[in-house]
Ligand binder design. Structure first.
Ligand code: ACM
Ligand code: ZN
Length: 615
């Protein structure tokens, strides 16, 4: 009797959470190289054992076991050395599978066993994360049953990444984020097979890394006067005698802890020390290394004018002594082979009016500020090389001539990356206007980006980065909302083979992941559901309003009378809307199955018209 009830409940409860709506498609992101669904299910229960091949170390065994246990609260799984009727087996390949390389894996779920195999522990880790994505949120047995039973669909997956550099970048200067927030972000990114954390540690609004030989960097440079709300870069500058109480920094012990933590999740950390510009916090700490050598304050998000001398003097020996001290400690602290030295947005006005910089240009026969920047970059690259590391820089390091061996992060355009690749330099693609910056454009724009333009040799494109600048990101919840779900799209760009990318399928799989974000209390943006308001020409070239959504099949209700629409208001039926006489605002909201979904969008008619002119 008990058995038949159990079977009935198993059959009656679909394991909807691992499949996408209405389809036999598993909600896996990034999409693997190949997936073959088979009939039947593996029964994950309290009797399931986890078996590791002998070479797998204890730390990895414990991490994997812990992640599996977290996937289903209350489930009792234990490590074992012998086979049992129901087991998850982690196996390192005895004969290397050359196609899957260092990071690939095979995952075979049959009704008796789950076998995960890879050449490396890293491959097993990624295979485990794919497995975790197909463990449903809901048990199959009734809660009255003592045995937790979760059904995992039988499937064979073969997988490996497209790019070796699957990065995410976080600016911790405009706003500071705690060690535990950084670790949580590392967990979230590792779950979607990101492998590189580009840590933007220094900027005009804060120096965040303890350099023991330069204590003022964190005594002065890590702190600014507090400002809350308002538009960043339009905030009020410090008042006379106002105390700098806002900010923070990472001690070297904290950094080591984060590096170890990231390494256990197969994530390499690339520190960024952004010089010669974006250096106001450094200059506030050591004013003698700017051209004018005047006292400065760490910017609290106030405008940077010519009075805020945020660029290092490149003709001052002290500048290079300080950089040497910084790079000495950074290169000891971070095991990665690269140090990112920034190089972006150096305003040349400070050098142009500096007698020392002008003299240096004459002495070295440098024609302009761009060549002076190149002179600086070469000197910094030599310091970095003397510590056994290589440089990465934002694309501006190409100005005035590129240092041999430098890796270029393109950010203003794809063309910058193309130019660097044609010069046979390795490139990290992060063009903001293709949705690689988390605060720009629709997710579809991000998803459609191909980091390898037709005109370049693919071997020079290491991969790309999801970049989050945090001027308008004051806390960890907002940081999550900015990264997710857009970073799912980027995870797929960086991992999935182009032939397996599909926007419609991605949207379905992305929706399939959202309940997992909710379960983990990770905030995400609902913008894919929200109405997109555009101004377009109709068939006789009259401009009208169009309402769409990225997720299809939603109902959109709207108003022009400045009241908040709900499902009793006009429904958008796909016919372009005339703007009523006198209307200054449009509001729209999406509904699905009779319930609102996503936030209401409010726009001025003028902004809709302007966006049409400047898409
Ligand atoms: C940048 O966005 N300034 C690299
Ligand atoms: Zn100077």
């Amino acid at each position: 009797m008990r058995t038949s009830i159990l079977i009935f409940i198993i059959l009656a409860l679909p394991f909807s959470s691992v499949f996408c709506q209405n389809k036999n498609v598993l909600a896996i992101i990034p999409q693997p190289v190949s997936i073959h669904m088979e009939s039947g299910n593996f029964h994950l229960s309290n009797r399931t054992q986890i078996i590791f091949s002998k070479e797998i170390d204890t730390a990895f065994r414990n991490l994997s076991t812990e992640l599996l246990k977290q996937s289903y609260p209350g489930i009792f799984l234990r490590q074992s050395n012998t086979g049992s009727s129901t087991a998850i087996i982690f196996s390192l390949n005895k004969n290397r599978d050359t196609l899957i390389g260092k990071e690939g894996y095979t995952l075979k779920v049959s009704s008796e066993k789950i076998i995960l195999a890879a050449n490396t522990r890293c491959g097993l880790f990624y295979g485990l994360h794919t497995l975790l994505q197909i463990i449903p949120l809901h048990r199959a047995a009734s809660s009255a049953s003592k045995e937790i039973l979760v059904l995992i669909p039988c499937v064979t997956i073969y997988d490996y990444p497209r790019f070796q550099w699957r990065g995410f970048m976080l600016d911790v200067c405009r706003h500071f984020f705690s060690v535990s927030t950084i670790k949580s972000l590392i967990d979230e990114m590792a779950a979607y097979k990101y492998n590189t954390f580009h840590w933007h540690l220094t900027d005009d609004q804060g120096w965040r890394l303890a350099i023991e030989s330069l204590p003022l960097l964190t005594k002065v440079g890590a702190w600014r006067v507090p400002r809350t709300g308002g538009v960043f870069m339009e905030l009020q500058k410090p008042l006379p005698d106002e105390k700098a109480t806002d900010g923070g920094f990472y001690s070297q012990d904290e950094v080591k802890d984060i590096i170890r933590y990231a390494a256990s999740k197969f994530i390499t950390i690339i520190p960024e020390i952004d010089i010669p510009a974006h250096s106001l916090a450094l200059i506030a700490s050591y004013p003698n290394i700017s051209c004018r050598q005047l006292p400065q304050y760490v910017s609290p998000g106030s405008p940077l004018t010519e009075a805020e001398d945020n660029v290092l003097c490149v003709a001052n020996d002290s500048t290079y002594l300080i950089i040497d001290r910084i790079i000495t400690e950074v290169s000891k602290l971070f095991p990665a082979p690269y140090i990112h030295i920034g190089g972006d947005e150096a305003d040349k006005i400070f050098w142009d009016s500096c007698p020392k910089c002008k003299q240096l240009m004459l002495d070295k026969q440098l024609k302009n500020g761009a060549e002076l920047q190149s002179y600086f970059t070469k000197k910094v690259a030599a310091i970095v090389a003397s510590k056994g590391k290589k440089i990465i820089g934002w694309e501006e390091i190409m100005q005035g001539g590129l240092v041999p061996g430098a890796v270029v992060t393109s950010w203003t355009s794809v063309e910058a990356g193309i130019k660097a690749a044609k010069l046979q330099h390795y490139v990290i693609m992060a063009p903001w206007d293709h949705g690689m910056y988390m605060d720009n454009s629709r997710i579809e724009r991000s998803y459609s980006f191909n980091p390898v333009p037709d005109s370049v040799d693919a071997k020079y494109i290491l991969g790309g980065e999801a970049c989050l600048w945090t001027e308008e990101v004051p806390n960890a919840r907002e940081m999550q909302r900015m990264f997710w779900p857009r970073s799912l799209a980027l995870a797929e760009i960086f991992w999935t083979q182009p032939a397996n990318k599909n926007w419609g399928s991605f949207l379905e799989r992305m929706e399939g992941r959202l309940p997992y974000f909710e379960k983990a209390h990770i905030k995400y943006s609902e913008s894919v559901f929200e109405p997109i308001i555009t101004y377009v020409k109709d068939t006789i070239s009259i401009k009208k309003i169009k309402l769409t959504t990225e997720i299809k099949g939603l109902s959109v209700y709207y108003t022009f009378d400045n009241t908040d629409p709900d499902s009793f208001y006009p429904l958008y039926k796909g016919i372009l809307l005339d703007i009523p006489e006198g209307a200054t605002i449009i509001k729209a909201i999406s509904y699905r199955n009779g319930k609102p979904i996503g936030k209401m969008v409010t726009k001025t008619i003028m902004s809709v018209q302007q966006e049409e002119q400047h898409p």
